[in-house]
Structures are given as structure tokens and as C-alpha cells.
Design a binder for this molecule. Structure first.
Ligand code: 5GP
Length: 114
């Protein structure tokens, strides 16, 4: 199976602007940001999407959300607020089949999403 773009970034085959890295995940600034802060938190383990996660991924999934909250503080959007998004499948808008959490902020975000 060919590597996803995010796997290539994790493996340092493609550059990205790093916001955070630890044993379990990497966080990068989105190449096409939809808000002044738009970071992607990506597990190092290849889980294609939330719908493909198993009970064995429970700690990883929790870690992604806690990392998003920590990054929101680090990037200065914890007080003003932010949105965490996970796109799953075609109608959800998923374009890269490697699970990633979007962290968006530093502007008011409309609801409902388009
Ligand atoms: P999805 O639509 O799958 O939820 O989100 C994929 C996200 O990855 C998009 O927001 C897109 O802009 C971002 N993206 C795609 N390719 C690259 C890349 O090569 N580098 C970075 N930093 N972001 C990327």
C-alpha cells in the first residue's frame, strides 16, 4: 500500500511546519489553512479514520484530543475558543485516509458547517 501524504510527513520524506511531536502523534500547520490557526494532529500509527479505529486505539484517540487542547493553549486560542473537527468518509469531507484532528481558531467559526 502506498504511503499517505501524512505518513510521508511523519517519515520526513515531505516537509511540513511542525507544531508538536511526541511518541504517539505529530501536529503540523495545514498547508491550506481555513482559519488563522489551523493545525492537524495526526497519530503516528496509521488509523485510516475514526470509523476504522478499534478498542486498541482508545488511548491514541484520547491522546489526539488532549494534544489538541494543549496546542490550543500553546497557540493562544484557548481563551477565545476553537473548533476540533474530524472528517470521516466522503460526505464528511475526508480527503486523506490517515486519521487527523483539525484544530481551528483565531476567528469566529460559523455553525452549522457547510
Ligand atoms: P481532510 O479533508 O482529509 O479532513 O483534511 C486534509 C487536510 O490536509 C486538508 O485541510 C489539507 O489542506 C491538508 N493537507 C493536504 N496535504 C497537505 C500537505 O502536504 N501538508 C500539509 N501541511 N497539509 C496538507
Amino acid at each position: 500500500m502506498s504511503k499517505t501524504i501524512f505518513q510521508k510527513i511523519i517519515d520526513r520524506e515531505i516537509p511540513a511546519k511542525l507544531a508538536h511531536e511526541d511518541e504517539f502523534c505529530i501536529a503540523i500547520h495545514d498547508i491550506d489553512p481555513k482559519a488563522p490557526v489551523h493545525v492537524l494532529i495526526i497519530p503516528k500509527k496509521l488509523i485510516p479514520r475514526v470509523g476504522a479505529a478499534t478498542a486498541a486505539d482508545q488511548a491514541t484517540l484520547g491522546h489526539l484530543l488532549l494534544t489538541a487542547a494543549a496546542l490550543a493553549k500553546k497557540l493562544g486560542i484557548a481563551e477565545s475558543g476553537y473548533r476540533i473537527v474530524i472528517n470521516n468518509g466522503r460526505d464528511g469531507g475526508e480527503t486523506v485516509p490517515h486519521l487527523h484532528v483539525h484544530l481551528l481558531g483565531q476567528r469566529p467559526l460559523a455553525w452549522p458547517p457547510g
